[in-house]
Design a protein around this ligand. Structure first.
Ligand code: F0G
Length: 459
């Protein structure tokens, strides 16, 4: 455990290059909100003061990463930058084949086109939306099997990302021959950024072995997950994060990865596996859609940034600060009486709009109302994860989502403690006038993925 005597945990970096934040007034933001049709995705980023829309590709690179860019070798085939990237991935995840892709969903698309198809079933603790969409696009069925502990936003269970082992056993017993792979997402983004324990991964592995089915990790936030294991799982306190990550990898047969998260890069991803035939299939598809297997849709310099990022993301000082930032925001909000999904996730804090705004019914979009109000109040941009995002059914009808959340995702190494203090103040002020807030209606909506482009009007 960390034994420093100070209450203040400092950012373990100093700043070499700054980006100005344009401070705006509530009057300006009101105009911009109207212009954006009350959809925060339609804002210009300069109109945002603190941008917590996503932690994906929005992190700050280190001086060593910027230096590595200069070393980037742009050879079409056999670039040394690819070999450095491959080695850096294998140092953590010793899979036989490492296939670079331009981001996580490209790895998903390629893998699912090889293993999916009508009649197939692919379980996960919770599929991220692009994973689910790529599975369904092949005609296969995506099944979420979160554990019961994940259902209660107030439960502070240490591993709310764990998969429901009994439910997995039942699916494998009944439909095992239709399951081409089992997935586990670390951390479980759609379930609140909650970690998966080693114990749970071992049990999933055991079931996969019984049925001869490969296990894949969606590894986007593998380092944050490993840090939680080190902090929370019995007997893991004396191990390094690198060792824990290697064990997580050794329990799987392959992985998909978005390097825009725990690759500490602005773009990139990979697909990795041990199976030679599957790798050959995937590389054929890669050449069609991404590029030659030694660059996979990336520039050589991007491969270098990821290779260096992977050596930084497992450092304990970084992870202690990283996970503490979200926890610190969560504590401030709880102390102010703002309902959140507990405990705070590794990369984000999720506000519970259903609980904060019980007077706004699901089809008047309480999460959207809350997200808009945070922007109006303080220029803070979060992301609705509720009925706007999930309420539209394939038949065109609407149904309430299971939760009404607003995710405040924290970009890596970008904001300081005073930025986080400011966000807590903004949320608190908005929460204080919760009873005055009204819902919204949708005035214009595309048939799919409506949260990106729908336009809203206040009720
Ligand atoms: N898997 C998980 C768990 C993710 O969180 C994401 C992206 C992906 C796969 C897809 O990766 O964006 O590189 O194609 N999540 C981002 C987010 C977009 O905001 O949570 P990608």
């Amino acid at each position: 455990m960390h034994s420093q005597p100070y209450r203040t945990l400092i950012e373990p970096f100093r700043i070499k290059s700054v980006e100005p934040i344009r401070l705006s007034t509530p009057e300006e933001r009101e105009v911009w909100l109207e212009q954006a049709g009350f959809n925060l995705f339609a804002l210009h980023a300069e109109q945002v003061i603190i941008d917590l829309l996503t932690d994906s590709g929005t992190g700050a690179m280190s001086a060593e990463q910027w230096a590595a860019l200069q070393r980037g070798d742009e050879s079409y085939a056999g670039s040394p930058s690819f070999h450095r990237f491959e080695q850096a991935v294998k140092d953590l995840f010793p899979f036989k084949h490492v296939i670079p892709t331009h981001q996580g969903r490209a790895a998903e698309k390629i893998l699912m086109s090889a293993i999916g198809g009508p009649g197939k079933v692919i379980p996960n603790n919770t599929h991220f939306d692009t994973t689910r969409a790529n599975i369904e696009h092949t005609g296969a069925r995506a099944v979420d099997l979160p554990g019961r502990q994940a259902m209660d936003p107030r439960s502070s269970h240490p591993f709310k990302g764990d998969m429901d082992i009994d439910a997995l056993a039942a699916i494998l017993r009944e439909e095992g021959q239709s399951v081409p792979a089992v997935f586990v997402t670390v951390t479980n983004n759609s379930g609140g950024g909650q970690p998966v324990s080693l114990e749970n991964l071992r049990r999933v592995r055991g079931l996969c072995d019984e049925h001869g089915i490969p296990l894949f990790l969606d590894g986007c936030r593998f380092a944050e997950n490993a840090w939680f294991i080190r902090k929370r799982e019995e007997g893991q306190q004396d191990r390094s994060v690198t060792e824990i990550v290697r064990e997580m990898g050794s329990l799987a047969d392959g992985m998909t990865m978005s390097a825009k998260k725990d690759g500490l890069a602005n773009i990139g991803g990979w697909l990795a596996m041990n199976d030679d035939d599957l790798a050959a299939d995937c590389k054929r598809m890669l050449i069609l859609t991404e590029g030659f297997p030694t660059y996979g849709g990336l520039a050589g310099r991007d491969l270098e940034a990821i290779a260096q990022g992977l050596t930084e993301v497992v450092q304990h000082d970084y992870l202690r600060y990283r996970v503490r930032s979200a926890e610190y925001l969560g504590e401030a909000l709880l102390a102010a009486g703002v309902p959140i999904v507990q405990p705070a996730g590794g990369h984000a804090v999720y506000l519970d709009a259903r609980e904060l705004l019980p007077h706004i019914p699901p089809l008047s979009y309480p999460g959207q109302a809350l997200a808009i109000e945070l922007y109006r109040e303080g220029g803070v941009r979060g992301c609705e994860i509720g009925t706007v995002m999930f309420g539209l059914q394939p038949d065109g009808k609407e149904a309430p989502a299971s939760q009404e959340l607003v995710r405040l995702a924290i970009p890596r190494r970008v904001y300081t403690q005073s930025h986080v203090d400011y966000v807590a103040e903004v949320v608190q002020r908005v929460a204080n006038r919760a009873t005055e807030m009204r819902g919204y209606r949708i005035v214009d909506s595309p048939p799919v993925l409506r949260h990106f482009t729908a336009r809203f009007a206040p009720l």
